[in-house]
Ligand binder design. Structure first.
Ligand SMILES: *Cc1c(COP(=O)(O)O)cnc(C)c1O
Length: 222
């Protein structure tokens, strides 16, 4: 099946209130354009090099999401083009995003990435770290970033009960942060969780954004 058909099927499956981020890492300009021409505008990439190569070759009204691990020294390359940074996992990184955004006179939307999986390899923060961060004097000085919610990746397993528990915990963290720090901020509203293998569970547990690659573009080689 083609990308267009896959996209239409996914859109039937995913309620309109939920943002579908089409994960286009490793895909060609041609493949991305096929989704674009069906009306899709939200695309996600996980490598700085790749996103800055592709972005100028594609329509300017695409909303680019950065979903990978972002190194502080590379922030400056994506700040002019990015709509949402999903993977903020340190105060240092957030400070650099703020600094680069200030130069551009932009306010950049960001999500805080939480470590919810049992696997060691996944990046992310825990609730104590984030609370310390949000209470810090440095954080209070930031004027050019907007914290819009949380992001997480579940353990890579077929055991739905494990995945469900992890998504539940992220939704709970979101609720706690909302109550403690962002009650008056309407823009704090996103829970980015769920990929091809687990997006249905994520939606059941309260996802507002799902990040889907393979189910849309087909299996990846890498
Ligand atoms: C690759 C990737 C996805 C999409 O994965 P699929 O299984 O192809 O849907 C989602 N989120 C992140 C952070 C990724 O790196």
């Amino acid at each position: 099946m083609g990308i267009r058909e896959n996209l239409l099927l996914l859109k039937k499956d995913i309620p309109d209130r939920i943002t579908l981020v089409a994960v286009s890492k490793t895909r060609t300009i041609h493949e991305i354009m096929e989704a674009y021409e069906t009306g899709h505008r939200d695309f996600g990439e996980n490598k700085v090099q790749e996103i800055i190569q592709k972005q100028p070759l594609l329509p300017a009204d695409i909303r680019w999401h950065f979903i990978g691990h972002l190194q502080t020294n590379k922030v400056k390359y994506i700040t002019p083009i990015i709509s949402l940074i999903h993977g903020v996992d340190s105060l240092k990184l957030l400070a650099e995003i703020n600094r680069q955004a200030m130069k551009l006179n932009r306010i950049i939307p960001c999500l805080l990435q939480f470590h919810i999986a049992t696997e060691e390899s996944k990046f992310g923060l825990d609730l104590d770290e984030v609370e310390a961060m949000l209470k810090s004097d440095l954080f209070r000085t930031f004027r050019n970033v907007s914290i819009c919610g949380v992001m997480g990746m579940a353990t890579f397993t077929n055991d739905t009960s494990v995945v469900r528990r992890e998504f539940k915990s992220l939704a709970e963290i979101f609720g706690n942060l909302k109550a403690e720090f962002f009650n008056s901020q309407e823009s704090f509203k996103e829970i980015s969780m769920g990929m091809t293998g687990d997006y249905q569970t994520a939606i059941e547990e309260g996802a507002t954004m799902v990040r889907i690659g393979s189910a849309l573009f087909g299996e990846r080689d890498t």
